[in-house]
Design a protein around this ligand. Structure first.
Ligand SMILES: N[C@@H]1[C@@H](O)[C@H](O)[C@@H](COP(=O)(O)O)O[C@@H]1O
Length: 242
């Protein structure tokens, strides 16, 4: 596990964007596993800037996103499909039909998740998976207690996650209670993992996840066992690491 200490959010974003750019340059037809949340927004902005300068070409890239709220369609502004279009895909030359997000509109959880697993297999697996980190150690929407061996599945969101994500919704009742997420097994099968984390409010979980024991109680702790993980964090997020 490589931990890169960035001075602040902007520098964290640039470093993460550099790693993603390197992947796209080295393998133009790569499969990027992408993430939502506020942390990667700066990374996407930086990539868009370099794309606009002519330094990057996404035309042969495929993407698979980590998760989606169950019940939200892509035109719902709170959906993760909308987030990805708005924050990234609409601004680069990626072929939208090669960008995948679990289908939140499919009410049949088993079907939606099986289909998503099939898609990940069909595209040949993930070359580089970008991750954020939830305050309780969740990655994607794999909440504490998630079995490590799961592929894409439907989860009940914890109160803490609902609370953290309600800022994006008009009222708390609007936050969906369930989501489809890639499982830990799917994430661990990615060839490379890049986790971005910023802010003092994440310092405690960064320490627990990456210096504590590997346990399903802290889903991100499993990343200690992956052989190619880079954590790009700002000083504030690393402030409790020993
Ligand atoms: N499903 C997403 C996660 O993938 C993300 O990592 C987490 C942290 O988000 P933020 O970066 O906004 O703190 O939020 C959501 O729950």
């Amino acid at each position: 596990m490589v931990i890169y200490r960035a001075s602040d959010y902007a520098s964290m974003s640039r470093k993460a964007a550099n790693i993603i750019s390197a992947q796209v340059i080295m393998k133009p037809d790569c499969v990027l596993g992408l993430a939502t949340g506020s942390t990667p927004i700066g990374t996407y902005k930086q990539l868009i800037e370099w794309y606009n300068k002519g330094d990057l070409d996404f035309s042969r890239v495929t993407s698979v996103n980590l998760d989606e709220y169950k019940g939200l369609s892509g035109d719902n502004e709170q959906s993760y499909r909308y987030f990805m279009n708005h924050n990234f895909f609409d601004h680069i030359n990626i072929n939208k039909s090669r960008t995948f997000v679990p289908d939140g509109t499919d009410p049949d959880s088993e079907h939606a998740c099986a289909r998503y697993n099939e898609i990940i297999r069909e595209v040949g697996g993930i070359d580089l998976q970008l991750l954020g980190l939830g305050h309780n150690g969740h990655i994607g929407f794999n909440e504490p207690g998630s079995a490590f061996e799961k592929e894409t599945h439907c989860v009940d969101l914890t109160e803490r996650t609902i609370e953290a994500n309600k800022r994006f919704f008009e009222k708390e009742e609007d936050v969906p209670r369930q989501a489809y997420t890639m499982g830990i097994k799917t994430i661990m099968q990615a060839k490379k993992i890049l986790l971005v984390v910023s802010g003092e409010d994440k310092a405690e979980i960064v320490k627990t996840a990456f210096q504590g024991p590997v346990t399903p109680a802290v889903p991100a702790s499993i990343l200690q066992l992956h052989n190619d993980v880079t954590i790009v964090a700002d000083e504030a997020a690393l402030s409790k690491m020993e």
